[in-house]
Design a protein around this ligand. Structure first.
Ligand SMILES: [Zn+2]
Ligand SMILES: [Zn+2]
Length: 222
Protein backbone atom coordinates (compact mmCIF):
# COMPACT_ATOMS: atom_id res chain seq x y z
CA UNK A 1 0.00 0.00 0.00
CA UNK A 2 1.17 3.49 -0.78
CA UNK A 3 1.69 5.64 2.28
CA UNK A 4 -0.59 8.63 2.54
CA UNK A 5 1.05 11.92 3.28
CA UNK A 6 -0.12 13.73 6.41
CA UNK A 7 -2.93 16.17 5.75
CA UNK A 8 -4.20 14.65 2.54
CA UNK A 9 -5.25 11.21 3.71
CA UNK A 10 -8.30 9.83 1.96
CA UNK A 11 -10.94 7.99 3.94
CA UNK A 12 -10.89 4.39 2.83
CA UNK A 13 -14.67 4.11 2.86
CA UNK A 14 -15.64 7.42 1.26
CA UNK A 15 -17.43 5.46 -1.48
CA UNK A 16 -15.16 6.92 -4.13
CA UNK A 17 -12.96 4.68 -6.11
CA UNK A 18 -10.31 5.53 -8.61
CA UNK A 19 -11.03 4.38 -12.10
CA UNK A 20 -8.65 4.24 -15.04
CA UNK A 21 -10.70 5.92 -17.73
CA UNK A 22 -13.83 7.86 -18.61
CA UNK A 23 -15.65 7.99 -21.94
CA UNK A 24 -16.65 11.54 -22.90
CA UNK A 25 -20.45 11.83 -23.06
CA UNK A 26 -21.89 11.42 -26.52
CA UNK A 27 -18.56 10.35 -28.00
CA UNK A 28 -16.37 7.30 -28.16
CA UNK A 29 -13.37 9.26 -26.88
CA UNK A 30 -11.76 7.74 -23.83
CA UNK A 31 -9.93 9.90 -21.30
CA UNK A 32 -7.23 8.15 -19.28
CA UNK A 33 -5.38 9.31 -16.18
CA UNK A 34 -2.44 11.33 -17.50
CA UNK A 35 -4.35 12.72 -20.50
CA UNK A 36 -4.97 16.39 -21.18
CA UNK A 37 -8.53 17.52 -21.66
CA UNK A 38 -10.56 20.53 -22.73
CA UNK A 39 -13.22 21.52 -20.21
CA UNK A 40 -16.27 23.61 -20.89
CA UNK A 41 -15.97 27.07 -19.33
CA UNK A 42 -18.91 28.45 -17.37
CA UNK A 43 -18.74 31.53 -19.60
CA UNK A 44 -19.54 30.17 -23.06
CA UNK A 45 -17.80 33.04 -24.83
CA UNK A 46 -14.45 31.83 -23.55
CA UNK A 47 -12.16 29.17 -25.01
CA UNK A 48 -12.21 25.84 -23.16
CA UNK A 49 -10.05 25.36 -20.10
CA UNK A 50 -7.17 22.94 -20.48
CA UNK A 51 -6.33 20.50 -17.71
CA UNK A 52 -4.13 17.54 -16.93
CA UNK A 53 -6.13 14.62 -15.53
CA UNK A 54 -4.53 13.39 -12.31
CA UNK A 55 -7.23 11.06 -11.09
CA UNK A 56 -10.63 9.82 -12.19
CA UNK A 57 -12.99 9.06 -9.34
CA UNK A 58 -16.32 7.31 -9.37
CA UNK A 59 -18.72 7.17 -6.42
CA UNK A 60 -21.23 4.47 -5.58
CA UNK A 61 -23.84 6.13 -7.81
CA UNK A 62 -21.40 6.24 -10.73
CA UNK A 63 -20.97 10.01 -10.62
CA UNK A 64 -17.58 10.54 -12.18
CA UNK A 65 -15.30 13.34 -11.06
CA UNK A 66 -11.80 14.19 -12.16
CA UNK A 67 -8.98 15.65 -10.17
CA UNK A 68 -7.26 18.05 -12.53
CA UNK A 69 -4.21 20.26 -12.61
CA UNK A 70 -5.01 23.36 -14.61
CA UNK A 71 -3.08 24.76 -17.50
CA UNK A 72 -3.36 28.53 -17.76
CA UNK A 73 -3.49 30.44 -21.02
CA UNK A 74 -1.14 33.44 -21.10
CA UNK A 75 -4.07 35.87 -20.84
CA UNK A 76 -5.18 34.13 -17.63
CA UNK A 77 -1.82 34.72 -15.98
CA UNK A 78 -1.09 37.76 -13.82
CA UNK A 79 1.38 39.21 -16.30
CA UNK A 80 -1.02 38.68 -19.19
CA UNK A 81 -0.16 37.66 -22.74
CA UNK A 82 3.21 38.87 -23.98
CA UNK A 83 4.59 39.20 -27.46
CA UNK A 84 6.60 36.00 -27.30
CA UNK A 85 3.68 33.87 -26.11
CA UNK A 86 2.40 31.70 -28.92
CA UNK A 87 -1.28 31.19 -29.66
CA UNK A 88 -1.01 27.56 -28.46
CA UNK A 89 1.06 28.33 -25.37
CA UNK A 90 -0.07 27.06 -21.95
CA UNK A 91 1.47 27.26 -18.49
CA UNK A 92 1.29 24.26 -16.18
CA UNK A 93 -0.07 25.75 -12.95
CA UNK A 94 0.06 24.59 -9.34
CA UNK A 95 -3.72 24.99 -9.18
CA UNK A 96 -5.67 21.76 -8.69
CA UNK A 97 -9.41 21.14 -8.67
CA UNK A 98 -12.02 18.44 -8.57
CA UNK A 99 -14.45 18.79 -11.46
CA UNK A 100 -17.40 16.83 -12.74
CA UNK A 101 -16.31 14.69 -15.68
CA UNK A 102 -19.33 16.07 -17.56
CA UNK A 103 -17.48 19.31 -18.16
CA UNK A 104 -14.92 17.47 -20.29
CA UNK A 105 -15.66 18.28 -23.91
CA UNK A 106 -12.62 16.86 -25.65
CA UNK A 107 -9.05 15.75 -25.48
CA UNK A 108 -5.93 17.61 -26.43
CA UNK A 109 -2.18 17.14 -26.44
CA UNK A 110 0.17 19.43 -24.55
CA UNK A 111 3.61 18.99 -26.09
CA UNK A 112 6.97 19.98 -24.71
CA UNK A 113 8.16 23.16 -26.40
CA UNK A 114 10.84 21.23 -28.22
CA UNK A 115 8.52 18.61 -29.69
CA UNK A 116 5.89 21.24 -30.54
CA UNK A 117 8.40 23.15 -32.66
CA UNK A 118 9.14 19.92 -34.55
CA UNK A 119 5.51 19.15 -35.44
CA UNK A 120 4.95 19.13 -39.18
CA UNK A 121 1.33 20.12 -38.81
CA UNK A 122 -0.15 21.79 -35.77
CA UNK A 123 -3.71 20.59 -35.26
CA UNK A 124 -6.45 22.27 -33.23
CA UNK A 125 -5.75 19.85 -30.38
CA UNK A 126 -2.01 20.59 -30.20
CA UNK A 127 -0.69 22.91 -27.47
CA UNK A 128 2.65 23.34 -25.81
CA UNK A 129 4.03 24.20 -22.40
CA UNK A 130 7.47 25.58 -21.55
CA UNK A 131 6.74 27.23 -18.21
CA UNK A 132 5.26 26.19 -14.91
CA UNK A 133 3.18 28.90 -13.32
CA UNK A 134 2.65 29.71 -9.67
CA UNK A 135 -0.95 30.90 -9.53
CA UNK A 136 -0.51 32.64 -6.15
CA UNK A 137 2.57 34.71 -7.00
CA UNK A 138 2.32 34.90 -10.80
CA UNK A 139 5.89 33.65 -11.15
CA UNK A 140 7.25 31.24 -13.72
CA UNK A 141 9.65 28.32 -13.70
CA UNK A 142 12.11 28.53 -15.32
CA UNK A 143 12.40 32.28 -14.73
CA UNK A 144 15.01 32.60 -17.44
CA UNK A 145 14.68 31.62 -21.04
CA UNK A 146 16.85 31.79 -24.14
CA UNK A 147 16.43 34.96 -26.15
CA UNK A 148 17.12 35.48 -29.83
CA UNK A 149 17.48 38.15 -32.46
CA UNK A 150 18.45 41.81 -32.12
CA UNK A 151 15.26 42.37 -30.17
CA UNK A 152 16.34 39.77 -27.57
CA UNK A 153 12.98 38.06 -27.34
CA UNK A 154 12.23 34.45 -26.39
CA UNK A 155 11.09 32.35 -29.33
CA UNK A 156 7.45 32.59 -30.33
CA UNK A 157 6.83 29.55 -32.55
CA UNK A 158 4.07 31.45 -34.39
CA UNK A 159 6.65 33.86 -35.79
CA UNK A 160 8.96 32.97 -38.66
CA UNK A 161 12.65 33.33 -37.87
CA UNK A 162 15.75 32.86 -39.99
CA UNK A 163 19.00 31.42 -38.70
CA UNK A 164 22.35 33.07 -39.35
CA UNK A 165 24.90 30.65 -40.76
CA UNK A 166 27.62 32.43 -38.82
CA UNK A 167 26.55 32.93 -35.21
CA UNK A 168 23.58 30.46 -35.43
CA UNK A 169 21.37 33.03 -33.73
CA UNK A 170 17.81 33.32 -35.04
CA UNK A 171 16.35 36.56 -36.37
CA UNK A 172 12.92 37.95 -37.11
CA UNK A 173 12.85 39.04 -40.74
CA UNK A 174 11.40 42.42 -39.72
CA UNK A 175 14.26 43.01 -37.27
CA UNK A 176 16.84 42.58 -40.04
CA UNK A 177 14.90 44.61 -42.59
CA UNK A 178 13.57 41.67 -44.58
CA UNK A 179 10.05 40.94 -45.84
CA UNK A 180 8.41 37.70 -44.61
CA UNK A 181 7.97 36.47 -48.18
CA UNK A 182 11.64 37.06 -48.86
CA UNK A 183 12.62 35.17 -45.69
CA UNK A 184 10.46 32.17 -46.65
CA UNK A 185 12.37 31.69 -49.87
CA UNK A 186 15.79 32.43 -48.49
CA UNK A 187 18.37 29.71 -49.00
CA UNK A 188 21.00 31.07 -46.67
CA UNK A 189 21.23 33.97 -44.29
CA UNK A 190 24.18 35.68 -42.66
CA UNK A 191 23.42 38.47 -40.20
CA UNK A 192 25.02 41.86 -40.62
CA UNK A 193 27.38 41.35 -37.69
CA UNK A 194 28.69 38.08 -39.10
CA UNK A 195 29.03 39.35 -42.65
CA UNK A 196 31.23 42.21 -41.37
CA UNK A 197 33.18 40.01 -39.08
CA UNK A 198 34.48 36.89 -40.83
CA UNK A 199 37.77 36.69 -38.94
CA UNK A 200 36.40 36.58 -35.41
CA UNK A 201 34.25 33.59 -36.39
CA UNK A 202 37.38 31.71 -37.36
CA UNK A 203 39.04 32.67 -34.10
CA UNK A 204 36.14 31.10 -32.22
CA UNK A 205 36.83 27.80 -33.94
CA UNK A 206 33.34 27.99 -35.38
CA UNK A 207 32.33 25.00 -37.47
CA UNK A 208 28.91 24.97 -39.06
CA UNK A 209 28.42 21.19 -38.88
CA UNK A 210 29.28 20.86 -35.21
CA UNK A 211 27.59 24.02 -34.05
CA UNK A 212 24.26 22.91 -35.45
CA UNK A 213 23.04 20.96 -32.42
CA UNK A 214 25.29 22.39 -29.77
CA UNK A 215 24.72 26.08 -30.04
CA UNK A 216 23.99 27.56 -26.65
CA UNK A 217 21.68 30.49 -27.17
CA UNK A 218 22.12 33.64 -25.20
CA UNK A 219 20.41 33.38 -21.88
CA UNK A 220 19.11 36.42 -20.14
CA UNK A 221 16.32 37.26 -17.85
CA UNK A 222 13.05 37.89 -19.61
ZN1 LIG B 1 13.57 40.39 -33.47
ZN1 LIG C 1 25.31 36.03 -37.33
Amino acid sequence: MAKTRPGISVKPNSGKKEIASYTIRGTNKVVWVGDCVLMRPSDTGKPPYVAFVEKILSDSRNNVKVRVRWYYRPEESMGGRRQFHGSKELFLSDHYDIQSAHTIEGKCIVHSFNSYTKLENVGAEDYYCRFEYNAATGSFTPDRVAVYCKCEMPYNPDDLMVQCEGCRDWYHPACVGMAIEEAKHLERFVCSECSNDDTSQMDNGFSSTEADEQVEPKRRKR
